[in-house]
Design a protein. Structure first.
Length: 110
């Protein structure tokens, strides 16, 4: 049993080291964010040790972090992005509305 615990600890350390090698820019951005946000993050559900990934962009069901690593997004912002990231039709409609302005102290004709 003791041998298995050591093996597990070694595996965890190896996974964390590979994560750190793949995501140095996320680590740097997290350190910078900690200067302004408690813990460096505003969403506790997306935080994980040693630091969360910082995303650069998303398209459809995939997201790419600031280090260029691509991931399949199983969360889709906890289901609020049912159509995926940057769906062309939604992006087109939002862009059409944005040129009209973003906030008024009155109703807006759509």
């Amino acid at each position: 049993m003791l041998v298995d615990q050591y093996r597990l600890q070694d595996t965890i350390a190896d996974v964390e080291e590979r994560y750190r090698r793949r995501t140095p820019r996320s680590a740097s951005l997290h350190e910078a964010a900690k200067k302004f946000l408690p813990g460096g993050d505003t969403r506790s559900a997306t935080y994980f040790a040693p630091y969360p990934l910082f995303m650069q962009h998303g398209s459809g069901c995939r997201v790419t972090d600031v280090d260029g690593n691509e991931y399949l997004d199983f969360l889709n912002n906890y289901k609020s992005l049912i159509h995926g990231h940057a769906h062309p039709k939604i992006t087109e409609e939002v862009s059409r509305q944005l040129v009209k302005g973003t906030a008024y102290a009155a109703p807006l004709e759509v």
